[in-house]
Design a protein around this ligand. Structure first.
Ligand SMILES: Cc1ncc(COP(=O)(O)O)c(C=O)c1O
Length: 375
């Protein structure tokens, strides 16, 4: 079969299973209930000013080389320091995005003799990082410490000294629920395992000054690898790992998605440092309060989801129905894409509504009304 024919066949398979997606520019005038810019910082003047000041000083847009070659600027070093301070850890390492941070961190510390145990709903980048490491993979039922313990017991029965890394998210990106962090930390201590927590969706919005769930729960020092992204509530782009100094030193030398890629542009590092300042200011607190008040309003109207999370999965099930619903909402002025396989399991298609600090009560009430009418 020719390459062209093979591609056509695969495209047809995707179409038949409703997997095909359109790459399109959504109309500008829609009210967006789908972004991860939970606090509206992506368009904040302080972030723009920081990026522009950086450009004026050093007119190069691109970083021109990898971090260990010549791509590191004072702005990268400052952001890493700012991230370590924000997360109250010893050190931090920046990656071009969260996806790269996950790949680099897991494959950087774990190898073929080890075991990675993933939550069933862990993000694709965590699964891919675990696969890349070559470790044996095990999966526990979503947010089920009982099942995690069964797996830990089984591994320890046969291999008392195998290195085990448990990988979870703090706030799950598609379901909007929190990990039972205290129980999982208890288990990792009991069975002498390590824990990696992806705080992609909780950084900026949960915990004191938006520092995340690990710090909110007082468990930060027991989490070996903390991960985050600058692309959601922080409002910029980039990923990071925080933890002990030795971890960061090791990843600086071993994380291939850090080593073999051009550094994040310095203007983004400047904007991210400015964003961390806003997040920890009175203004950041006010933005979080507005977001939580919008969440409470929507939660009261739709009566589903987690009342402390900006992510609301509106279950639909059938992929075609989810697409139709999303289209109908768009015709009424709302952007709420359908989430389908492979982002979620087959038959679990949904609308993923995300709330932020700058939605107005009128828009929230209107969307909740439309969802009710559609159900
Ligand atoms: C839970 C989770 N982790 C990691 C990432 C990757 O982050 P980034 O978009 O910065 O690559 C995402 C983004 O979709 C995510 O939802």
């Amino acid at each position: 079969m020719s390459f062209q024919e093979a591609l056509r066949q695969q495209l047809q398979e995707d179409q038949d299973s409703l997997r095909t997606r359109e790459l399109r520019v959504p109309p500008h005038d829609l009210i967006r209930f789908c972004d991860n810019d939970y606090l509206g910082l992506a368009s904040h003047p302080a972030l723009r000013t920081a990026a522009m000041a950086c450009l004026q000083e050093e007119p190069s847009l691109g970083a021109r080389a990898a971090r260990l070659i010549s791509g590191t600027t004072g702005l990268h070093a400052r952001l890493e320091q700012d991230l370590a301070t924000f997360k109250e850890t010893e050190a931090a390492l920046l990656f071009p995005n969260g996806y790269a941070a996950a790949l680099g961190a897991i494959a950087g510390v774990i190898g073929t003799d080890d075991v990675v145990i993933l939550d069933k709903l862990a993000h694709a980048c965590l699964i891919d990082g675990a696969r890349l490491s070559g470790a044996k993979l095990r999966v526990f039922a979503h947010n089920d410490p009982g099942h995690l313990e069964e797996i830990l017991q089984e591994i320890r029965r046969h291999s008392p000294s195998t290195r085990i890394l448990i990988v979870i998210e703090s706030l799950y990106s598609m379901d909007g629920d929190f990990a039972p962090l205290a129980e999982i930390v208890g288990l990792k201590e009991k069975y002498d395992a390590w824990l990696m927590v992806d705080e992609a969706h909780s950084t900026g919005i949960l915990g004191p000054k938006g520092k995340g769930l690990c710090l909110q729960s007082g468990l930060s020092s027991q989490v070996e690898i903390q991960m985050g992204t600058l692309s959601k509530a922080v409002g910029v782009s980039g990923g990071f790992i925080t933890g002990r100094r030795e971890l960061i030193q090791l990843l600086t030398n071993r994380a291939r998605s850090f080593l073999f890629t051009t550094a994040q542009p310095a203007l983004l590092a400047a904007a991210a440092s400015a964003s961390l300042k806003v997040l920890q200011s009175e203004e950041g607190e006010q933005r979080r309060l507005s977001m939580f008040s919008n969440i409470a309003l929507f939660h009261g109207l739709v009566k589903c989801g987690n009342p402390r999370s900006p992510i609301f999965p509106i279950p639909v099930g059938d992929e075609g129905t989810a697409l139709k619903l999303s289209k109908r909402l768009e015709e009424t002025g709302f952007l709420v894409p359908a989430i389908r396989f492979p982002t979620v399991a087959k038959g679990h298609a949904r609308l993923r509504v995300t709330l932020n600090s700058h939605h107005t009560p009128n828009h929230i009430i209107a969307l909740a009304g439309l969802l009710k009418d559609a159900s």
